[in-house]
Ligand binder design. Structure first.
Ligand code: ATP
Length: 615
């Protein structure tokens, strides 16, 4: 018998499993005994069935015996009826009767034994029924027990399932915990390694700390000393900063004053400024053995950088100008001296810078320069400065618009160097008039001339490149690449200040004149001769204008040439004008050099109008 299983706490699942195992064994033995009893019951049932069949057989036999008895009695009666008929038949029948009697006796015996057997079978059957009843009861009992056991088993199975689920959960948790444990142990070992390393580092750092502490103590002492020095320095620096701020303020003020004085000097001077530049002896002149002219530069305080002396045929010729650049002066040196003038164009002045001199003396080099940063001439440098300054003035509210035009005067004809197709075909612009006009405000315009808007020095550089391709250049005895025309670059500058509402109109004229040359020396013939004559004629007209201005003539012959008429506002008006006189250093050119220097001195002595700002 299996006892009812008590409720087992999930935590004691092992005890529950053991108890369930015991119950399962008990249940199995009960089921075995039940099966044995069932077999016995079936055997007894089978035995009872067999006895029933035997009983039925005996009853059948009895019935047949009764029928036989009946038929015998019938036969007896028949025999008795026939006895009278035949004694033999009677004796025969008596014999048959005795035989039949014997058979009957044996049958009776058989019947008795059959009855006995039937009785014993009945007894056995009753016994079997009794045993069967007992067995049935026992089976009933066993069934109820079995049911009980099954219920207990189901309950236990349910508990076991619950426990299995819990076991699976526990196993899963245990698995996770194991993984966690493994990763933790890996971490722990890594931490141990790190700890060991850090321990070593700590020891090293402790040593360093001890060392640093020692140093710190020393540094503390030094720091106190330094701090004292620092405080003193701080006071000094503050003092210096104040002095610096005041000096900077003074510089700004001085710069303003300088600009003002610069303009005042020009206004007071009221004449054209002249710079003289001496070209170095060219390398091919060296190789050809060209002799250098005896040029010297006085170094006295009042003459330094402003005077030039030449010796010709034992005679000294001294000239003084606003500035004299010797043959070693760089393009940068030259530009620094005149950058203020360029700046004036942004301030609303008309500025005119032109280069005059014998052919090959360095006019184009001075104005345009050559490729290379150091070799750039006045024109590219001026434009760079103008665009740079105009951008920096944007912070003060200034906005500028610039327009550029470029022309050349070739054989007394104006040509637009920016005209499309100009470089390939001169005649394309033949229909254009290019008439020079001056308005009452001193503004000069040339009709039909292309005026290009420019926004950066790069824009102007590309226009200059285009113009230089279009310019009339030829080879002469004096210069491989001689400019055969007067080149005029004009930049119109319109500025407006949105903060102050101020507006300015400046003009920058940069002119590279064709070189003067003696016909005999130049060796020109044909078209070159014609060019040379035209150049000399226009330069001669320029001299006439300068002489007339210098003498204070009422009539100045500006209209005698296109060049002088174009330059009229610069020579006779209110512009700031600078002339470069370029000279060659060769002794063979000394005559032309003296002529150029004399012309420059006259120009320097000219009194033209007072520069006026156009606002
Ligand atoms: N200051 C200088 N330093 C170095 N080389 C120079 C200098 N001035 C002029 N040259 C060189 O001298 C040569 C003649 O100069 P450039 O063409 O400028 O003369 P130019 O007066 O314009 O002549 P032209 O009137 O015939 O056009 C050029 O090869 C030029 O590079």
């Amino acid at each position: 018998m299996v006892s009812a299983t008590a409720y087992i706490r999930p935590s004691n699942w092992q005890l529950a499993v053991e108890s369930y195992e015991k119950e399962r064994q008990d249940r199995e033995s009960a089921e075995t005994s039940r099966d044995m009893l069932t077999v016995d019951l079936e055997r007894v049932t089978h035995e009872a069935k067999r006895f029933s069949e035997q009983l039925k057989m005996v009853q059948d036999t009895n019935k047949r015996l009764q029928e036989y008895n009946t038929s015998l009695q019938q036969y007896n009666s028949n025999l008795q009826a026939d006895a009278s008929k035949s004694g033999e038949t009677i004796s025969k029948l008596q014999k048959e009767k005795s035989a039949m009697m014997e058979t009957m006796v044996s049958l009776k015996d058989l019947n008795n034994s059959m009855k006995n057997q039937l009785d014993s079978s009945r007894t056995s059957q009753q016994e079997a029924i009794r045993v069967k009843e007992e067995f049935r009861k026992e089976v009933e009992c066993l069934r109820s027990e079995l049911q009980q056991v099954r219920d207990d088993r189901d309950q236990s199975v349910a508990q076991v399932n619950t426990l299995n689920v819990e076991l699976a959960n526990c196993k899963e948790i245990a698995g996770q915990s194991t993984e966690d444990c493994e990763s933790l142990s890996v971490k722990v070992s890594a931490f141990e390694v790190t700890c060991n390393m850090q321990q070593e580092q700590i020891q090293t750092l402790q040593k360093q700390l001890a060392f640093a502490t020692e140093k710190l103590k020393l540094a503390d002492v030094t720091a106190v000393e330094v701090m004292t020095g620092y405080q003193e320095q701080k006071v000094k620096i503050k003092d210096l900063e104040e002095r610096l701020a005041s000096a900077e303020f003074q510089i700004v003020e001085a710069d303003k004053l300088r600009k003002k004085l610069h303009n005042t000097i020009l206004e007071l001077k009221g004449n054209i400024r002249v710079f003289c530049r001496v070209r170095p002896l060219l390398s091919d002149s060296d190789s050809s053995g060209a002799e250098e002219a005896p040029i010297s530069y006085p170094t006295s305080v009042e003459s330094a950088g402003r005077c030039i002396d030449l010796m010709n045929q034992g005679q000294r010729f001294s000239f003084s100008y606003d500035k004299v650049f010797d043959h070693v002066a760089s393009q940068e040196d030259v530009f620094v001296e005149m950058s203020q003038l360029v700046q004036s164009a942004l301030d609303g002045y008309k500025v005119c810078i032109f280069a005059y001199g014998q052919t090959g003396s360095g006019k184009t080099y001075t104005m345009m320069g050559q490729p290379g940063i150091d070799q750039k001439g006045i024109i590219p440098r001026s434009l760079e400065q103008i665009f740079k300054t105009s951008q920096s003035l944007e912070s003060q509210g200034w906005k500028y618009c610039m327009q550029a035009s470029m022309l050349e005067i070739y054989n007394e004809t104006i040509r637009d160097l920016l005209a499309p197709g100009r470089s390939s075909n001169f005649e394309m612009t033949a229909g254009k008039q290019y008439t020079i006009k001056h308005d009452p405000h001193g503004n000069t315009t040339v009709s039909d001339l292309i005026v290009a808007d420019v926004f950066s020095s790069a824009d102007v550089t590309s226009l200059l490149a285009k113009a230089s391709q279009s310019r009339s250049v030829g080879r002469t005895h004096m210069n491989e690449q001689s400019s055969r025309s007067h080149f005029v670059f004009t930049l119109k500058i319109s500025g407006s200040n949105e903060n102050t509402g101020q507006q300015v109109q400046g003009i920058l004229n940069l002119i590279d004149l064709a070189g003067s040359e003696r016909l005999a020396k130049s060796g020109s013939t044909g078209d070159r001769l014609k060019e040379t004559q035209a150049i000399n004629k226009s330069l001669s007209a320029l001299s006439d204008v300068i002489f007339a201005i210098a003498k204070g003539d009422d009539h100045v012959p500006f209209r005698n040439s296109k060049l002088t008429y174009l330059l009229q506002p610069c020579l006779g008006g209110d512009s700031k004008t600078l002339m470069f006189v370029n000279i060659s250093p060769e002794a063979s050119s000394i005559g032309e050099t003296i002529c150029s220097l004399r012309f420059a001195s006259r120009v320097n002595a000219c009194e033209i109008g007072i520069p006026r700002r156009h606002t």
